[in-house]
Design a protein around this ligand. Structure first.
Ligand SMILES: [Zn+2]
Length: 412
């Protein structure tokens, strides 16, 4: 054991997903400097005591701009189109301050649940203009101490049918939009919608993240067109589709072809369990289909997948705390994942969304930013099974939150 120069901080006895034996993680200048057992050095110390350290959760799909609307929208109990209509009506009254206040509430919840990276979709259209976008840009700046926020701009109400939407999207891409999204199923010309989104993506050299195939009718799909455009433009590894609930309606023998197609064209899939379960199968009176595409099975067949939050406390999903660990646990439960698949379920909210977002500096490895969260458990599978508390979180080596374990007071 050699004496080492002083570090800024050292985590002692941390279990990681690659090291079930506790190791030490030393931090210098906001980055992970050394990972080794029993480091001898001078630094402020945090004894993790054999608990699981993760590089934070990665939320690849959330809507901060339309979160926390429950108090405003009365009693909406419909399907996808009812939810879109309800939010479209409320959106006209959104102000920058209002979007900022609701977004910050969700972002703070995400931070204390251990999320260190996030891609938020922001609606851009003539109803809202760039007001939500301005608020989200301010959130990105003001919470950079705790979370890396990536901004995906998209036309929720359609593009070719919504005069002025494209000009606004271009303005957003010129001024801080980092990814372009889309919603072909709300457009009167879905293929032209997809074509325009890919044109803009290439023009601004940004990745693509579409809302797609969000129903349970497998007789038609926009997926082939997305795969075709992805290949045509050499965009493999830069395209994701959210929901893809149609895949859940396919029997195994018919699921093989689209699975192979997605894998071959490098198109990733984000499953959004809370919204998918809440909005799908609304016409069933009993034996309601879950509408949940089995992401971990697609991963086994070569498709890059993630599980993400999507909507929080609005007509699309009147639930939510922005906890990705809870979402992964929820997914595993509904997907009837076996214990041997729990690790794969944890991948869906950590390593895989990081790859989907093309984050090249994610993970507990030397040289990466010291983004570390500590869970009150001792392994990845147990994190999914037990839904432990996230006890503390660090961004670039600086502590951003702490959660104390509950104390019991038995009678004397
Ligand atoms: Zn979404």
């Amino acid at each position: 054991m050699n004496a080492r120069p002083a570090f800024d901080l050292i985590f002692r006895n941390a279990v990681t997903r690659s090291s079930p034996t506790p190791i030490d993680i030393a931090v210098a200048g906001g980055k992970i400097a050394v990972i080794a057992p029993h480091l001898v050095c001078e630094a402020a110390e945090i004894d993790v005591a054999g608990r699981l350290a993760l590089p934070g959760f990665v939320d690849s799909h959330i809507h901060l701009d339309k979160a926390c609307l429950l108090g405003r929208c009365g009693h909406i109990q419909g399907g996808v189109s009812d939810a879109i209509r309800a939010v479209a009506a409320m959106k006209r009254d959104f102000t920058v301050e209002d979007v900022y206040a609701r977004g910050s509430k969700v972002i703070e919840r995400a931070i204390v649940h251990g999320t260190t990276r996030m891609r938020t979709h922001v609606e851009i259209d003539p109803r809202i203009g760039l007001r939500s976008f301005e608020a989200i840009k301010a959130l990105k700046r003001n919470y950079a101490w705790a979370i890396d926020l990536s901004i995906c701009v998209f036309p929720q109400e359609g593009l070719t049918n919504d005069l002025g939407a494209e000009e606004l999207l271009i303005a957003a891409l010129r001024d801080g939009g980092e990814v372009i999204g889309g919603c072909p199923y709300t457009d009167t010309d879905p293929d032209a919608h997809i074509e325009t989104i890919f044109n803009l993506a290439q023009q601004f050299d940004v990745d693509v993240d579409l809302h797609l195939d969000f129903d349970l009718d497998p007789s038609w799909s926009h997926m082939e067109e997305v795969c075709r455009q992805t290949e045509r433009r050499n965009y493999q590894g830069r395209v994701a589709i959210g929901h893809a609930t149609k895949l859940s309606a396919l029997p195994p023998d018919r699921l093989q072809a689209p699975t192979t197609r997605l894998a071959k064209s490098g198109v990733a899939v984000t499953v959004l369990p809370a919204t998918d379960l809440y909005l799908m199968g609304r016409d069933a009176t009993h034996n309601i289909p879950r509408g949940l595409t089995l992401a971990h099975r697609l991963v086994e067949n070569g498709v890059l997948c993630s599980v993400a939050t999507n909507n929080v406390l609005n007509p699309f999903t009147p639930f939510g705390d922005a906890s990705l660990l809870r979402m992964a646990n929820f997914y595993a439960n509904v997907a009837q994942a076996g214990i041997g698949e729990f690790d794969a379920c944890l991948d869906l909210v950590t390593e895989l969304p990081a790859r989907l977002m093309n984050l090249r500096d994610y993970g507990i490895a030397v040289g990466n930013p010291a983004d570390i969260v500590v869970l009150d458990t001792d392994s990845g599978p147990n994190a999914i099974a037990e839904l432990p508390e996230v006890l503390m979180g660090f961004k670039r080596g600086r502590q951003v939150f702490e959660r104390r374990r509950p104390t019991l007071f038995p009678p004397a």
